[in-house]
Design a protein around this ligand. Sequence first.
Ligand code: 13P
Ligand code: SF4
Length: 338
Amino acid sequence: MQDTVILPDAQALTLSDLDPKFDPWAEIEKLKVQKNAVILAHYYQDGEIQDIADFVGDSLDLSRKAAATDADMIVFSGVRFMAEVAKILSPQKTVVLPDADAGCSLEDVCQPGDFARFRAEHPDHLAITYINCSAGVKALSDIIVTSSNAEYIINQLPKHQPILFAPDKHLGAYLARKTGREMLLWDGTCLVHDQFSERELVKLKTEHPSAPIAAHPECHKGILDHADHVGSTKGILDFVLASPAQEFIIATERHIIHQMEKALPEKTFLAAPGADGSCNCADCPFMAMNTLEKMYLAMANGAPKIEMPEDLRLSALKPLEKMLEMSPPTTKVTQAAE
Ligand code: 13P
Ligand code: SF4
């Protein structure tokens, strides 16, 4: 089956066409009206992108938003698999991504051909697949999950149903521990969450003993074992907003701290450290490819635009619809602050 294509525009404006005095914020606002566009952004985007977005959310809330929007253009400021999900759920919309190269290490380590072989070796297993994968892998899966609904969905499956989980082995192992299910795990990791250091985290916690640790389940067990809360990006944000603590250690991509500092400017948020004690590892290099200038160009050019063959879209749609059916009731999408 042919995979997704990202179409460039041959006549496209480029970064070098932009005037040095160009104000991306004002121009994006104008294009939003002209193109009837909605800007969806993930919490890992740079603060200024989160601020211009119409909605900021985790993978599940953004999928729901993409499925429900009546805009003509979805500007997906996140990574490619997220924009692909928007196109699968809203095929009649134009879906643009500011940078066509904004991928994901989990998508990279799980290619459809290899995944098809893995499935064929375990024909009695149900394929529960993390949303961080290509449309091609989704099309070979039974149910898609995100970090916020995976446990809830797995708990609805018959107890003795054999499960294989791809592509994140840390999330898979965490879900196996939480649900008590045995699962065959694909050997993939997120390059951001895999780099947090348990030793440095314990050091930081010793210096800040009253700071709860909130971690994303893509982190390895050495980090999760110390966490007071484990959850999706939205779950981590909700935990922080509800906590009386004054300072927090955040073990996920550090740009989510933007929303925390906006909501709670008097509190302190510390990014979990990497092996050298720094928090540089907490930056997702793929998310960082998107900028306001590239967002403007994507809106003006209508490209890079996500397109995919209809047979691929329909095959990938099935496990995504199953996910939406089996998810917990809608949680409020965090509205971008004014
Ligand atoms: P969330 O679904 O928690 O937003 O996670 C997306 C992601 O890419 C985590 O690395
Ligand atoms: Fe992928 Fe990790 Fe970046 Fe999330 S943080 S988009 S899982 S590489």
